[in-house]
Ligand binder design. Sequence first.
Ligand code: PAF
Length: 303
Amino acid sequence: MRSQGKTIGLVPTMGYLHQGHLSLVQEAQKYTQLIVVSIYVNPGQFSPSEDLSTYPSDFHGDILKLKSVPGGVDAVFCPHNLYSDNDNNENEIDNNENSNCGVSNCGVSNSGISVSCVEEKGFGGHETWVRVERLEKGLCGKSRPVFFRGVATIVTKLFNIVEPDVAVFGKKDYQQWKIIQRMVRDLDFGIQIVGSELLRDSDGLALSSRNVHLSPHQREKAVSISKSLLKAKSMAQGGQVKCGQLKDLAIQTITQAGGRIDYAEVVDQESLEAVEEIKSPVVFCIAAWFGKVRLIDNMEINI
Ligand code: PAF
């Protein structure tokens, strides 16, 4: 396809697709002629105490959803194991479990896909990590210390394997989007990184694969996150530029709703450094637990 001069867009995902992912595909279609969606639950971005084993998956459903997107996708890349980290072997999962999806022409063989850059067990594993050192420190990086090195490393591998012209990431994972942008700049990948707008349910909850684990009660209460962000935005637009006040109100609202705050930070949109007063474009980022489910959300504030 490349030799025919076709341009390629990549949408990296961990599966259990929802409308938010499908909107990334539609965004990618604006930029390139061909679309590749990768589905790979990356063990390297989960620490042993995190929810890798319960991360939802529905391979068959994912394929059907991708088929339903107008314009469609051209390939679904579902590698079996992209990275074997000897320190983290207990974290390995079989990404090929569901590969016999039963949908004709879905592009997935029953025996599992093997390409040269995918190393199978017994070859000594991998030991090279990609780190975006400053940007990965704050926000999600504080409570998830291995998360971003796992993301940056696996996205590097996906880029090298798929060789896309454009890759699309959701702004819901704001820090991830900024880290990938920086990595691509710092390491001279010839890939355009597009940030696609966050999608919300009708009540405001940001779409996430993890929402499926919320009980109906938690689901209802979790809306306090987006409500707090909206309130903060309107207060800022109304002249309240002191971030302390905006954060306190959000923390109070979410805590009263039964959530447990991981962080609530107003940061500069580029450096992701915390700011005390809004003077330039910022993004208000929140992570909070409802029961065993950790949710993240954010809102850009441009005043
Ligand atoms: O955002 C995600 O789903 C993942 O972090 C990504 C980018 C696919 C890397 O595993």
